[in-house]
Ligand binder design. Structure first.
Ligand code: PGA
Length: 239
């Protein structure tokens, strides 16, 4: 089990906040012993901030302002009260052709804007089948300013959104590998989250792994009662 402060992150992707998410009994509320962060769409960010949820954006553009139709900058996100931002989610890498260099630029701009970046890395099914998963993840990590205060999310692309989660042992092995890339003075404090088909049935075993410091949850984060159960696991572990 980790000694780092856990982070349970809800990536709502292109969906509205789940029922009750903004209310007093919301399972997405902040806790004293660990962090719960929501990642809504751009249009729901302000409502989440106003409901006093720890809020992050799913993407931010590095340039502060300018002729970038459809984009929102890191600075603008910080200005409306966001505290976190996802960088390089595999769906952004796939659909928006974000490169490792683009992701690094986002991370640098996020840090400058005083947002905490949660940077996603992970290999595809083909890369794993070809035993190139470590090589791919290494390349993604080497592009990043790892000496900075950031969080890494290991999300194997083959495990996202399909119920086909990595085993706790597979995840632990990759998390340990990722930690070896961190500078010596950051290795112990940097949080590494696991993401990919996390649910209320596998969360506990994942969170018991030594190098898993939290979870980035998509599908199950849209079901408030399932998410509440995962938060309760984090609560027990953090007590
Ligand atoms: P999933 O998504 O939990 O639905 O697999 C995770 C993610 O894409 O961040």
């Amino acid at each position: 089990m980790t000694h780092r402060r856990l982070l349970i992150a809800a990536n709502w992707k292109m969906n509205p906040p789940p029922a009750g998410a903004l209310g007093d009994q919301s399972p997405y509320r902040e806790h004293t012993d660990f962090d719960v962060v929501v990642f809504p769409t751009f249009v729901d960010l302000k409502a989440c901030v106003d409901a006093r949820l720890l809020t992050g954006a799913q993407y931010g553009r590095p340039e502060p302002a300018g002729a970038y139709t459809g984009d929102v900058s890191m600075q603008m996100l910080a200005r409306i009260g966001c505290r976190y931002v996802l960088c390089g989610h595999s769906e952004r890498r796939a659909h928006h052709h974000e490169t490792d260099g683009d992701v690094a630029a986002q991370v640098i701009a996020a840090l400058e804007a005083k947002l905490h970046p949660v940077v996603c890395v992970g290999e595809t099914a083909d890369e794993r089948a070809a035993k190139k998963h470590e090589k791919r993840v290494s390349a993604q990590l080497k592009a990043l300013p790892l000496e900075s205060d950031l969080t890494i999310a290991y999300e194997p692309v083959w495990a996202i959104g399909n119920g086909d989660t990595a085993s706790a042992a597979q995840a632990q092995e990759m998390h340990e590998f990722i930690r070896t890339h961190l500078p010596a003075d950051r290795a112990e404090q940097t949080r590494i989250l696991y993401g990919g088909s996390v649910n209320d049935g596998n969360a506990e075993e994942l969170l018991h792994q030594h190098d898993i410091d939290g979870l980035l949850i998509g599908g199950a984060s849209l079901k408030p009662e399932e998410f509440r159960k995962i938060v309760e696991v984090a609560e027990r572990i953090s007590a």
